[in-house]
Design a protein around this ligand. Structure first.
Ligand SMILES: [Zn+2]
Length: 261
């Protein structure tokens, strides 16, 4: 999407370099494959590594959510409590699929985010940044499927998405990254957070069919994240035991990712 969750859909950077020390980028041989690897790099960068170098920005005194390890920087204690209430609701939803947030977290509301993101999770800092509801409403483009959602519903969904990342950041992974599995969970949980009638409006007719696992790829995630969101939800909801499937991804029994050479 043109503006989206950072860990799902980075804005396209401006390739200008050679193969770097990471070995992920090869601009000298442009190809769908090298571009694909490049997106993997960018996603990994935005999920975690950005936290190492990104300034956290000015923050007001954070508000501690009662009985949790979550603090919120929303500009005022009243706004902080409202976000805490949403976090509590999100945590209950995630727990219904056995996703537990065990790490301390700080949630900061922002007027803008880098890379045209709706939300970002910085695992190295235990930090989630999300656009404020007002900024989020302004950021959704007219051609986005999320345009149909009420502002508070979409805000809750973005919060759920990022909290799901926090819950799965340390899930078992035999590769350098299990981004596909993590994004599958985050998008499925985000879509699940929407009321049934509102979520139904988001699903395009062309996807009203059986969705197969190989339709969910990092390529789709990078190039068409709103398609990925729809397919992740449909695939998830079509499982005989949807939350059981999420649990299998989270504990490493089911592996959606593959090794990238
Ligand atoms: Zn994500």
């Amino acid at each position: 999407m043109t503006r989206t969750n950072a860990s799902a859909n980075p804005a396209a950077p401006n390739p200008s370099g050679q193969l770097d020390a990471w070995g992920w980028i090869d601009y000298s041989v442009p190809s769908p494959f090298s571009r694909w690897r490049w997106h993997i790099f960018v996603n990994r960068f935005l999920i975690c590594l950005l936290a190492i170098v990104a300034p956290l920005g000015a923050q007001s005194e954070p508000y501690a959510c009662p009985d949790t390890a979550v603090t919120v920087d929303a500009g005022s204690p009243e706004a902080g409590q409202e976000v805490c209430d949403l976090v509590a609701r999100a945590s209950t939803q995630l727990a219904s699929c056995s996703l537990e947030i065990t790490r301390p977290l700080t949630i900061t509301l922002a007027d803008s985010l880098s890379d045209d993101c709706y939300g970002q999770f910085f695992c190295e800092d235990d930090l989630i940044k999300v656009l404020s509801p007002q900024a989020l409403a302004a950021a959704v483009s007219d051609d986005s499927i999320y345009q149909a959602l009420p502002d508070d519903t979409f805000f809750q969904g973005i919060l759920v998405h990022e909290l799901a990342h926090a819950a799965t950041d340390d899930m078992p992974c035999p590769f350098e990254s299990c981004l596909l599995g993590q994004e599958y969970i985050s998008y499925a949980m985000m879509m699940q957070s929407f009321p049934d009638d509102q979520r139904t409006m988001l699903i395009e007719d062309r996807f009203q069919r059986q969705i197969y696992r190989d339709e969910l790829s990092l390529m789709i995630l990078a190039m068409a994240p709103e398609v990925f969101a729809q397919k992740a939800w449909l695939h998830f909801s079509q499982r005989p035991d949807p939350c059981g499937f999420i649990g299998q991804i989270a504990d490493g029994t089911v592996l959606l990712d593959t090794e990238h050479f």
